[in-house]
Design a protein around this ligand. Structure first.
Ligand SMILES: [Zn+2]
Length: 201
């Protein structure tokens, strides 16, 4: 479940020394406040969605929404709102998302690099997940490696999806016959994408 929505946080309050409070008649008691609204995901601000605010008289405590302000108050509020910058942290989520994307692509790259090393230097026990036809996926298991070939066991079973294929990677699923292919054939299968994943324990 993703929890999201919008929130507002106080950015700035400022007293105006010229304005007369329409409620109590005091001068210089009106304080304008500006809030920044932002979209949050799990309470982390992601994108600012504008500013809002109002005013309050520090003498009679009356609060004024934008609609309740007279022209003088509106002008002062507007000026202050225009001068108020949205704080940097209201964009935090964008940086968090960027960081996550960075980490994911880093780990994907690291995984691809490891796989390339595995396929170029196969070891007994390596399991290759490969495409065995349309919507048919299976595994082979390396039994032995020589200078230019690998000897492997074939899985008796197919799986209809790439994910969950580990289920058939158990000893009892493999046939007894031993097959052989050259390292360059193996490399070709990987390069053309027939072998799509390599598991080394
Ligand atoms: Zn007042």
């Amino acid at each position: 479940m993703i929890i999201y929505g919008w929130r507002a946080s106080h950015i700035k309050s400022e007293a105006n020394n010229r304005i007369i409070c329409p409620s109590c008649g005091e001068t210089g008691t009106i304080v304008n406040s500006v809030f920044g609204r932002y979209v949050h995901i799990f309470w982390i601000p992601v994108i600012p969605i504008g500013k809002t605010g109002g005013a309050q008289c520090t003498h009679c405590q009356k609060t004024f929404s934008k609609k309740e302000m007279n022209d003088d108050m509106k002008r002062a509020y507007k000026t202050m709102k225009g001068d108020t910058r949205i704080p940097f942290w209201h964009f935090s989520g964008i940086f968090v998302i960027g960081l996550i994307i960075g980490l994911v692509s880093f780990s994907n790259n690291a995984e691809a690099k490891a796989e390339k090393e595995y396929i170029e230097a196969p070891l007994a026990g390596d399991v290759y997940e490969y495409e065995n036809g349309p919507s048919r996926y299976s595994t082979i298991k390396v039994l032995e490696v020589s200078e230019d070939s690998i000897y492997f066991l074939q899985n008796n079973y197919d799986f209809t999806s790439k994910s969950g294929i580990e289920e058939i990677d158990v000893d009892s699923c493999y046939a007894d016959d031993i097959y052989m292919m050259s390292r360059s054939e193996l490399l070709d299968l990987y390069t053309e994408g027939t072998i799509f994943d390599i598991n080394r324990k």
